[in-house]
Design a protein around this ligand. Structure first.
Ligand code: NAD
Length: 390
């Protein structure tokens, strides 16, 4: 039976003044397949109610906390209750919230990094397997069509064997002790209890590592890392430099920073193979550069039929014709579109297609946590080169 209704979304986090919850709300609406019907939006119940009023939600479905939300939503019939929850709180809350919603039978879309320890991440992976619920992890940069095109170029051997990967994610917004001004996003990100063992490496280094593994299809096996805290008194790293080895023998460099003044979200990646290279920049996401060994560089532009002909994943995750830029919100929306199709298919009792399952999942979340813990261990160690934790 085909499910002929919108998916019902619940949200935890995303209260007044929060950053990413609002991005999820906007992006999940883009295709008209998802409606937000419930939430526990803030750590402060009053602010959760305020957010519910601002969003014009039914006041009976705006909750004081996520536990109350699970109890009340579970009592509603299927089709009325939320089908899935988006977890958009600081990192320390992801695990208990995702765990409890999965146990109650809900599908989950979770923010990254997935948890604050790899132990929690593995427990979540086991629970996803057991409950057979769909679990999406919002590594949104995999949602860009030109990233999907790059992945397909690697897969279809246009680059030949991958030899070298350079990936960077510099920002400059934490170049001063912003957390001491009470700024909400800076405060919890620099607190190990809420952020986990990694600062910059957990917040944005994980995006870079995920992007490298997503495009190349390779796995990071060894890391030689140096974490630094440049801002005096800060409790977590604000700069991260890594040398990397991949499971096919390829070598890599990954750097992430939150003290690189002047940089905004300058995520970029270069993948060099035996037959050619690709280059992609998040701040100019509609273009993918392919460099052959001889002859001129090719600029592949999103929205052109040749992109969809080469990459079905890029084609189906494109909404606008070429020349009308798509960016951050659309990339989130692409992860939502694929996740939504997967959830609907599971509700219909069928198996989602590989194209629908093209979004980061709980296993990527485990990889992310192992990456953070390996970088932290390598940085503290004397021998430096450290095998990726298992
Ligand atoms: P934020 O500080 O702006 O917002 C966090 C919100 O969660 C606040 O409204 C807070 O009150 C609420 N909250 C905290 N604990 C809660 C609880 N137990 N129940 C309900 N609400 C609770 O944080 P942010 O910048 O939006 O980051 C949130 C998460 O999103 C983090 O895990 C972060 O790593 C991730 N993030 C991802 C991206 C991305 O590009 N994918 C970008 C930014 C943030």
């Amino acid at each position: 039976m085909k499910l002929k209704r919108k998916l019902r979304m619940g949200m935890v986090g995303g209260g007044p003044g929060a950053f990413i919850g609002e991005v999820h709300r906007k992006a999940s609406r883009i295709d008209g397949e998802i409606e937000l019907v419930a939430g526990a939006f803030d750590i402060d119940p009053k602010k959760s109610k305020k957010m519910g009023r601002e969003l014009a939600l039914d006041k009976n479905r705006v909750y004081s906390d996520y536990k109350e939300m699970i109890r009340a939503e579970s009592k509603l019939p299927l089709g009325e209750r939320v089908d899935f929850v988006a977890v958009t709180t600081p990192n320390n809350w992801h695990y208990p919230i995702a765990r409890d919603f999965l146990k109650a039978g809900f599908h989950v879309m979770c923010e990254k990094p997935m948890t604050i320890t790899s132990k929690e991440a593995k427990q979540l992976a086991a629970l996803v397997k057991k409950t057979k619920r769909v679990f999406g992890l919002m590594h949104n940069y995999t949602g860009y069509p030109m990233v999907k095109l790059a992945k397909d170029m690697v897969k279809q051997k246009k680059l030949g064997k991958v030899r070298k990967v350079v990936v960077q994610y510099p920002q400059g917004w934490l170049a001063t002790a912003l957390e001491r001004t009470g700024q909400m996003q800076a405060s919890w990100r620099t607190d190990p209890k809420q952020s986990g063992a990694g600062g910059c490496v957990g917040d944005i280094g994980t995006h870079a590592a995920n992007l490298a593994e997503y495009i190349t299809g390779l796995k990071i096996t060894h890391i030689c890392a140096e974490l630094t805290t440049f801002v005096t008194g800060r409790r977590l790293d604000d700069d991260c430099n890594c040398l990397i080895k991949f499971n096919n023998g390829a070598k890599g460099i990954l750097h992430a920073s939150q003290v690189s003044i002047g940089e905004e979200n300058n995520l970029a990646i270069w993948v060099h193979g035996e037959k050619g290279s690709v280059e992609w920049h998040q701040e100019h996401p509609n273009y993918l550069y392919f460099k052959p060994p001889a002859g001129p560089e090719e600029v592949w532009k999103r929205g052109n039929p040749y992109v969809a002909e080469y990459s079905a994943a890029a084609g189906r995750n494109t909404r606008l014709p070429s020349g009308h830029p798509e960016a951050f919100l659309e990339a989130f929306a692409n992860n939502y579109a694929n996740f939504c199709e997967a959830v609907k298919t599971v509700i219909e009792g069928k198996k989602p297609s590989p194209l629908a399952m093209d979004f980061p999942d709980v296993e990527d979340g485990v990889r992310g946590m192992l990456f953070i813990e390996t970088v932290v261990a390598s940085s503290k160690s004397k021998q430096k080169w450290t095998a990726m934790k298992k």
